[in-house]
Design a protein around this ligand. Structure first.
Ligand SMILES: *Cc1c(COP(=O)(O)O)cnc(C)c1O
Length: 368
């Protein structure tokens, strides 16, 4: 049996150190807003290459807080538009609509699975305030063209870095430091995952960072004084301590993912299966390993019957969801094609090359 992802095995990679961190916090008697948060935030900001990191409850909140803070600061107003990829996890879109902003969906390219930057400029209106890029599957989604459009139209560049911790541009900058603000998720299955929920915002904008820190703490920066109607959206001390341990091994864990991915890329050979374009080394941290297959569901059942677990990211795109009825009639055919053909192969820092070989042999033997 080869699971899609065994979190138990991933945790066990650094098990003793993680247990020690949990024990330290347990015995400290201090569980929120303490030294562990401060420590992790400092290390994570340093790792990403930004001046500020603000921990919060989860990745969705991290994104929600970025837009909410821009609204509180008068940079955006409800009704303004945000350009965003149509092919993304729904949390990216929810963060926009939660704030009364309007997502403007842009199709991906089938060969990259990321937003097609040639379609962005035509979507920019008077109301556009930001472009939100998503480094989906661990693939760099940032392009020079997107950066130039943000400059030309004075738009905020916001990154959803939930799936790409440690991903690099060609000139060595980390995703999460490329725009004005970035949301990160530490959901257990992410490349940098906690033992529960966790998230963070990274930015070089001090005012934005302070506003977000306040919003995520009931809207308060001085005890019992409330400047905003905020929420409770904090990162636990235990999670911060665990994340600080795992951050030390993130690059090592990512290079293990790259080895597995390299094996897949070099050896998958079946005309029913298409792989997305290969990116320069460093610009893909392989959070997931997506393949496309026009007989995806048959392939998935076949792998399952042979003991190999897979997942689909994602079977129903945001614009086809019941919660976004107003977009259900939209025709975003590339996004819809990805939803019907995408299959994510087993991928994790705990997976072995022998397991990857079993997966590849099965894939190469697949026929209708
Ligand atoms: C996981 C994820 C999120 C949300 O993160 P949570 O911590 O689960 O709230 C947002 N965007 C993308 C692309 C994700 O994959």
């Amino acid at each position: 049996m080869i699971p899609f992802l065994s979190l138990k095995d991933v945790t066990a990679l650094h098990g003793a150190e993680i247990q020690e961190a949990v024990r330290r916090v347990t015995e400290s008697g201090w569980y929120l807003q303490g030294a562990e948060n401060k420590n992790f935030e400092q290390h994570y900001a340093q790792y990403i290459g930004t001046d500020y990191c603000v921990g919060c409850a989860n990745g969705l909140d991290a994104l929600i807080w970025i837009f909410r803070a821009y609204i509180e600061l008068g940079v955006m107003r409800p009704g303004d538009e945000v350009i965003v990829p149509a092919n993304t996890y729904i949390a990216t879109i929810l963060a926009i609509t939660e704030n009364g902003l309007t997502p403007v969906l842009v199709e991906p390219k089938l060969n990259t699975l990321e937003m097609d930057d040639s379609q962005i400029e035509a979507k920019i209106t008077e109301k556009t305030k930001a472009i939100c890029i998503v480094h989906l599957y661990g693939r760099l989604a940032h392009t020079e063209r997107i950066e130039a459009l943000c400059k030309k139209y004075q738009l905020k560049l916001i990154e959803d870095n939930a799936q790409a911790h440690g991903c690099l541009t060609a000139d060595g900058r980390k995703t999460g430091s490329l725009g004005d603000a970035s949301g990160h998720s530490f959901y257990p299955g992410k490349n940098l995952g906690a033992l529960g929920d966790g998230g963070a915002v990274t930015t070089n904008d001090q005012q934005l960072a302070e506003t977000i820190r306040s919003l995520a703490n009931y809207g308060s920066s001085v005890k019992y004084v409330f400047q905003y109607c905020g929420r409770n959206s904090r990162l636990d001390e235990i999670q911060a301590a665990v994340l600080d341990v795992k951050l030390k091994y993130l690059d090592e864990d990512n290079s293990h993912r790259k080895q597995i991915a390299q094996y897949y890329i070099e050896n998958i050979d079946n005309h029913y299966i298409t792989l997305p374009d290969t990116l320069p080394v460093g610009s893909n941290v392989f959070h997931l390993f997506p393949i496309l297959c026009s007989h995806r569901d048959v392939l998935r059942d076949y792998l399952e019957q042979h003991g190999v677990g897979t997942q689909i990211h994602y079977p129903i795109p945001p614009h086809k969801q019941e919660c976004y009825k107003q977009w259900n009639a939209m025709n975003l055919h590339v996004t819809e094609q990805i939803a019907s053909q995408e299959l994510s192969l087993p991928m994790s820092p705990a997976m072995t090359l022998e397991q990857a070989k079993v997966v590849v042999d099965l894939l190469n033997a697949f026929a209708l």
